[in-house]
Structure formats: structure tokens, C-alpha cells
Design a protein around this ligand. Structure first.
Ligand code: AMP
Ligand code: GLY
Length: 405
């Protein structure tokens, strides 16, 4: 069997790594891939990342199954195009991917189906939002419509900050949203034929600096531990959030399939949706698949219930100089050969036989241990072996779990 993975980040390397261990021994191609996906399969360089180019790639490698990593091709309709050419692909159609592609669409959908989420006002323009600002409470969350790679959300503590934030946002529809407090959890399900199969909960670390401070990033690390949610909390999430979402999308004429990622706040009033993503998370996937004991391909193809290793896993992201702002690339990475754990590649490139940085998030050093503390210690022991000029990392990945148990 031939599997094609679309994308080039750490999430895609984790998918390639996990699928390469499948009992079916599939041939793995990643398009365009990175130096890490080259360890676990083959890469297919692409001239561009359009749906038509991805379809051509699937035809070249005669893919029996294609798995989409990032959101952009989903929103651009890659699944629709593959389906119209009768090529098997995992992911939502463009209509269903709007749940991530448009925050205004997502909020209207959640409200229409009574799915718990932060209360929000929807505004057609920044001017319209500005008129309402002084009537709303603080802190307040400003969210621009459209894909923003994690940068479309600003939390403003007061009217001055909110006014300045409004000025900095691009001209687009936006939401002014109630600020929720609680534990943030990434809850991902795999939806197939209208049935949602929950994966284990993970926790991301979104800001650049320790202690959840500094600007937001795509995610500086994640951990997966069976204790993040109780069985009772998982069943509340499935009953009040996931099932109504999957059935609501069908009722609305845009049935959902593929991975669905709910960013949740566990508030004192119960779990509420902060956002939906139409894909697996990054770096959540690196920690998640490291902990998955069962065959990922069996879940993808037959909806087999996944089985998890008891040992918690931790993924520490090593980021480039300047991230999440203007990044520097081309810094040579040392120590990769000395790391004795799974290191997922993201923003890396092979240059004159050496591995160098080529993106914001460069590597995801992933390890496990019999307990969360040991998993953290094991991951950071390996992190210490790797270096490149300007390397940034958080030293507290997983610490929020330690605080709770
Ligand atoms: P999003 O891109 O929607 O995931 O938002 C990025 C981050 O902003 C989230 O991971 C949260 O940490 C924070 N956030 C978003 N919406 C809210 C909210 N309503 N209340 C509190 N924090 C929020
Ligand atoms: N780590 C957050 C995301 O994948 O959206």
C-alpha cells in the first residue's frame, strides 16, 4: 500500500514515522516533506502547494491513500479535488474546513447548534467593532476572521490595549470574545462516516516564553498524559461538543470527515470551545503519536479504536532565532546524531551534507517516561545534546501537568 502525506512540518514527520511502523508496511511518501520524513520514507519535491499539484503528486506515486497535514490545502479544496478524481484522501472538504478557515463561520455554527463556547460579538469591520468596545468588559479577546497561523488572536486587558490591538489587525470581519479562564486542552477526534473516534487529550504550550508569557506561537511543546482528562470529562466533551458538532455539520450540508481538533477551555461551567482546527495539531501530534500503541493505519482505514501506551510523552520544540517574529534561517544544527530519542524535523533543510534551520519551529524532541516527570527529564536530557545558533526553547514543557497531579 502506498500512502502520501501532504505537508512538511513536525506533524507530518510524526505521521510518516508512525505510519512507517504499520503492520501493512506501507510505502510512505511525503510531499514536499523535510529531512526527517526522508528517514521514514521518501520525499516528493513540489513546485507549489496548490490542490492541483498535490493531486499530480498522488498520481505520480499512485497513492492508495493521502493524509493531509496542514489546514491551507484543506481550506483550498484539496479533498474536494481528490474526491472528484476518485482518489482516497483523509480530511474535510473545503465547506467543512471552514470550521477552521473562518472564525466567524465557526462561532455562528457553534451558537446555532448550542455548543458551549465563549460569548462573542461578530463585526464586519474594525470600525464597527471599535464602536462597541467601550460597552464590553475586559479582558477581551479579539479574533480576526481567516487563517492567521496562530497570530489572529489578541487578548487585551483594557480599552487602551483593545483600541491599539484593533488598529494592528488586518481589515477583515472580526469577533470580540469573552475571555475564558481554566485549563486549556487540545482534544482531537478522527471522524469517519459520521462517527467520531476520540484520541487522547494533549496540552500545548502556545506562548514563546516559560510560564505562558510572551507572544503566541504555533506551539512550543506539548505533552500527552492519560490524566489530562477524566473519563467523565471526556464523555461530557463527546456529548456536549463533539457529537453535536459532527451531527450539526451534517445537518448543515457540510458533513465532516478527517481529524477535528477542538481547542477547549475547561471552565468552571464545563468545557467550552475556543477554536476548531480541521486537522491534527502541531506539536500535539508529535506527543500523541509517540504515545499511540496501536496501528495508526488501522484507525485511518477501518476506524479501529486506538490504544495508548501508559507512559506519558513530551515534545519540546526547538525554534529558530527570531521566532515567532522574523526568523533567521541557515543555522547549522549540531548533535542530532547524539540524540537517543525521536526527534521530529520541522523547519530543517539538508545543506552540503549538514542539517540547517529553514523555518520557525525547527525540531520537536520527543520522549516518554514511566511518569510525567521522567518523560520531561528524558526529553530535556536529549534537548541538551542539540544546538544551533539562536536556538529558542521553553524549559517548562509539561510543568502544567506536574502542577495538577
Ligand atoms: P486560537 O487561535 O483561537 O486558538 O487562540 C489562540 C490562543 O488564545 C488560545 O490557545 C488561547 O490560549 C487564547 N484564547 C483564545 N480565545 C480565548 C478566550 N475566549 N479566552 C481566553 N483565551 C483565549
Ligand atoms: N498547536 C496548535 C495548533 O496546531 O493549532
Amino acid at each position: 500500500m502506498k500512502v502520501l502525506i501532504l505537508g512538511s512540518g513536525g506533524r507530518e514527520h510524526a505521521i510518516a514515522w508512525k505510519l512507517s511502523q504499520s503492520s501493512d508496511r506501507p510505502t510512505i511518501h511525503t510531499a514536499p516533506g523535510n529531512p526527517g520524513t526522508l528517514i521514514d520514507g521518501r520525499n516528493l519535491p513540489l513546485p507549489d502547494l496548490s490542490p492541483a499539484t498535490f493531486l499530480a503528486a498522488a498520481e505520480i506515486v499512485q497513492a492508495d491513500l493521502t493524509v493531509v497535514g496542514p489546514e491551507a490545502p484543506l481550506v483550498a479544496g484539496v479533498v474536494d479535488l481528490f474526491q472528484s478524481h476518485r482518489r482516497a484522501i483523509i480530511g474535510p472538504t473545503a465547506a467543512a474546513a471552514r470550521i477552521e478557515g473562518s472564525k466567524v463561520f465557526c462561532k455562528s455554527f457553534l451558537d446555532r447548534h448550542n455548543i458551549p463556547t465563549a460569548r462573542a460579538g461578530k463585526y464586519a469591520s474594525r470600525q464597527e467593532a471599535a464602536l462597541h468596545l467601550s460597552f464590553l468588559g475586559f479582558p477581551i479577546v479579539l479574533k480576526t476572521d481567516g487563517l492567521a497561523a496562530g497570530k489572529g488572536v489578541i487578548i487585551a486587558a483594557n480599552l487602551n490595549e483593545a483600541t491599539a490591538a484593533l488598529d494592528s489587525l488586518p481589515e477583515a470581519p472580526l469577533l470580540l470574545e469573552e475571555f475564558l479562564t481554566g485549563e486549556e486542552v487540545s482534544f482531537i477526534v478522527y471522524v469517519q462516516n459520521g462517527k467520531a473516534i476520540p484520541l487522547e487529550a494533549t496540552q500545548d504550550h502556545k506562548t514563546i516564553f516559560d510560564g505562558d508569557t510572551g507572544p503566541n506561537t504555533g506551539g512550543m511543546g506539548a505533552y500527552c498524559d492519560g490524566r489530562i482528562l477524566t473519563a467523565q470529562q471526556t464523555s461530557v466533551i463527546m456529548d456536549t461538543i463533539i457529537e453535536p458538532t459532527v451531527s450539526g455539520m451534517s445537518t448543515d450540508g457540510a458533513p465532516y470527515s478527517g481529524f477535528l481538533y477542538a481547542g477547549l477551555m475547561m471552565t468552571s461551567d464545563g468545557p467550552k470551545v475556543l477554536e476548531y482546527n480541521a486537522r491534527l495539531g502541531d506539536p500535539e501530534t508529535q506527543a500523541l503519536l509517540h504515545r499511540m500503541d496501536s496501528d495508526l493505519l488501522a484507525t485511518l482505514l477501518d476506524g479501529a479504536t486506538p490504544v495508548w501506551k501508559p507512559a506519558p510523552s513530551v515534545c519540546v520544540v526547538l525554534a529558530a532565532h527570531g521566532y515567532p517574529g522574523a526568523i533567521r534561517t541557515g543555522d547549522v544544527i549540531t548533535g542530532l546524531d547524539h540524540a537517543s530519542c525521536q526527534v521530529f524535523h520541522a523547519g530543517t533543510v539538508l545543506r552540503d551534507g549538514a542539517v540547517a534551520t529553514s523555518g520557525g519551529r525547527v525540531l520537536g524532541v520527543t520522549h516518554s517516561g514511566p511518569g510525567l516527570q521522567q518523560a520531561i527529564d528524558n526529553a530535556y536530557r536529549e534537548v541538551a545534546k542539540i544546538n544551533f545558533a539562536g536556538m529558542q526553547k521553553r524549559m517548562d514543557i509539561g510543568a502544567k501537568g506536574l502542577k495538577r497531579w
